[in-house]
Design a protein around this ligand. Sequence first.
Ligand SMILES: C[S@@+](CC[C@H](N)C(=O)[O-])C[C@H]1O[C@@H](n2cnc3c(N)ncnc32)[C@H](O)[C@@H]1O
Length: 315
Amino acid sequence: MLRDKEMKIEEISAATSLSQYAVKVLLEASLSIGTVLVDPEKDTYSLSKVGWFLLNDPATRVNVDFVHDVNYEGFFRLEEALNEGRPAGLEHFGDWPTIYEALSSLPDQVKRSWFGFDHFYSNSSFDEALEIVFSLHPSRILDVGGNTGLWARQCVAYDPKVEVTIIDLPQQLEMMRKAVAGSAGADRIHGRPMNMLSPDAAFPDDLDPDVIWMSQFLDCFSEEEILSILTRISKIMRPETRLCIMETFWDRQRFEPAAFCLTMTSLYFTVMANGNSKMYHSDDMIRLIDAASLEVESIHDGLGQGHSILICKTK
Ligand SMILES: C[S@@+](CC[C@H](N)C(=O)[O-])C[C@H]1O[C@@H](n2cnc3c(N)ncnc32)[C@H](O)[C@@H]1O
């Protein structure tokens, strides 16, 4: 339906091939939630502003697709997940300990919506993040949880010399290699498989990165796991190394609906992702950074759709 187009029930029914009964119940529900307007004199309906944004705002689209395709059915298991601390809803798709092992095997539509959601948020901040990260003049970047290599590709395109090594689960590195193949600078993108949840898994000490990059990564873990990862990462940091943590902190948003989206996203982590992680308050993250013998040197807020970058160094 076009924003300024008014249509009668019969016209909508003809355009959608739905019965007039079906159109009527949907329109009445839409009136109640404010997505359509009615002109009682002409007996016509049109989209409201809210309805127009629901259909056209890119953030709303990725959020709605994510809720519908990834979460909706699994959320029947919310109570179980809260009680047991495991992603009970993930069983809707199969048998994996967390959604990260599942990503490469999810049904296509679910995969599209998961990656659409993930990439939309991180991508929106990459341009500003590149300026911040490259102001540190890195020669070697370690991209922890680098997923399909989107950030790595932007880095090698931004700087003709920089080398980027992605650490992630083996399944993700396979997807990454296919995704970066043939792109400019792909020979400077490397992969190291690692399951960071294994508390004994040490980060590689032969890479000597100047910048360690973690984007939308630490929110995949519980506080205990974050502390373990940060403690292990601190062991490969020199005094000059900078750890850049890019996250969406719900307390550092400019607009209340953004904080709403983030606290609701925490419930996806509870039921579908892993049962124990969340979108964090920045105070909690800074406390964990401190406990890992690191300190926050500076904070950049308001990137893209609401990211912050915490730049950290060893104490
Ligand atoms: C939410 S995605 C973020 C991807 C990317 N950095 C971005 O900004 O869009 C989190 C990444 O962490 C990886 N990850 C999650 N658990 C992991 C684990 N136990 N070991 C290694 N990587 C893991 C996932 O495979 C995924 O690529």
